[in-house]
Write a protein that binds this ligand. Sequence first.
Ligand SMILES: Cc1cc2nc3c(=O)[nH]c(=O)nc-3n(C[C@H](O)[C@H](O)[C@H](O)COP(=O)(O)OP(=O)(O)OC[C@H]3O[C@@H](n4cnc5c(N)ncnc54)[C@H](O)[C@@H]3O)c2cc1C
Length: 429
Amino acid sequence: MSRSDGSTDRDVPADRGSSSPEVAVVGGGAVGVTAAADLAARGADVTLYDRGNLGAESSGRAAGVLYDAYAEDIDAALAARAMDRFRAFDRSLPGFSFTPCPYVIAVREGDPDAEAVPAMVDRMRAHDRDVSLVDPKTLGERFPLRVDDLAVAAVAEGAGWCDPASYVAAMGERARREGVAVETDIAVSLAGDRPELRVGGGGRSGNRREFDAVVVAVGAHTADLLGGAGREVPVVPYRVQALTAEIGGSGSASYDAPMVYDATAGAYVRPHPTGLLAGDGTEPVPADPDDYDPTGDDWFVESVSATLRERLGAVGEGGVSGADGTDALDVERAWAGLCTATPDGDPLVGPIGDPEDRLFVAAGWQGHGFMRAPAIGELVAEGVLASLDGTEAKAPESPWIDAFDPDRFDGDEEFEIAEGMSVESRSRE
Ligand SMILES: Cc1cc2nc3c(=O)[nH]c(=O)nc-3n(C[C@H](O)[C@H](O)[C@H](O)COP(=O)(O)OP(=O)(O)OC[C@H]3O[C@@H](n4cnc5c(N)ncnc54)[C@H](O)[C@@H]3O)c2cc1C
């Protein structure tokens, strides 16, 4: 078994006689830590590796906006399952809390996307999502938002928010309770064709350890890690930004209103314990996961502040623009992190390459990785164990989702990075 200091035996094969399969999960973000806990809960002997701390990368930088407002059937089903689990974890996972909060999608007059909203809402409703089309006047009567420039809006009732870092920490504790060996500050690479890792040491100098299966859940590092083993995947990191701010002047008000995505401005806001959290600032160009700027840009802070003043005029004490005309939005912190894009906007989840390699990947969330992590982690756990059980990896009865097949790309595709929250991305068939 693995040792807590990360030292391992060279070329020790997994114990095939054991009834518990040995599974390595590489990456301790929201996806990896959930998959590790769910695998262990189903009887696997799991080691979770992270090159830093759990949640140190994208999951620790996420906004924690959670919703099920998806128009496509697979997305809606995964989101429904994820939201159910977030609600259950609110009761069962010490240190984690989920705050229910409606989610508004607002589209301004003159935005051609407005025409797509009614059909998008119909499709969400067809998948049993509690989403309604509302005219701006009705929206303004229900919530303290400025609506005079809106063409149309939708409200998703089954949404909410949480603190992503506390999810990862609480799920990490659950993983440990389920028996997962959690190995932090250890970078691993793939060693060869077998489900084998080079653990620590970097490059080719690490100790080798063989498992029955290896799950790669390394977020923005996916293409680099798999590419280092000769498996090219088109999972492209790009930079997005968020900020927290006090409102109403000198910390006097919290944002007590729904989450809002202003689709025309491409910015969102949610309540936050110290005021509000707002974001987007997507840079639709590839970013280097080992060399990007983790601080928020001035242009982002200015543009999101302007959007908030326009949309939330009535929120807080005197609104986000102070009653005396001064700027009452007091930005506490602005930061950037990485999301990952794929050519078709769908993630890569499942076995990659020859099923005998027992190598699995879970990546490419197009900005929706955190909110889907409870469902994806569970899917990965069930899929890996079904594959190891000898269930044909991609047979109809297997839990893997064809649309997410990691082998559907060549790996060298060139494509434009699309912002995942947009009405266009959400409405695609
Ligand atoms: C500003 C911002 C706001 C966001 N808001 C939301 C939101 O509101 N809702 C939402 O759903 N999503 C949101 N996202 C997206 C979300 O953060 C990601 O989709 C999600 O966190 C991805 O989780 P992950 O586990 O796949 O990756 P990560 O959290 O990045 O985890 C990958 C882990 O792998 C580790 N790792 C990498 N290489 C190695 C290696 N060689 N060996 C060992 N470990 C390794 C890293 O240290 C890291 O901890 C946001 C992202 C940002 C940046």
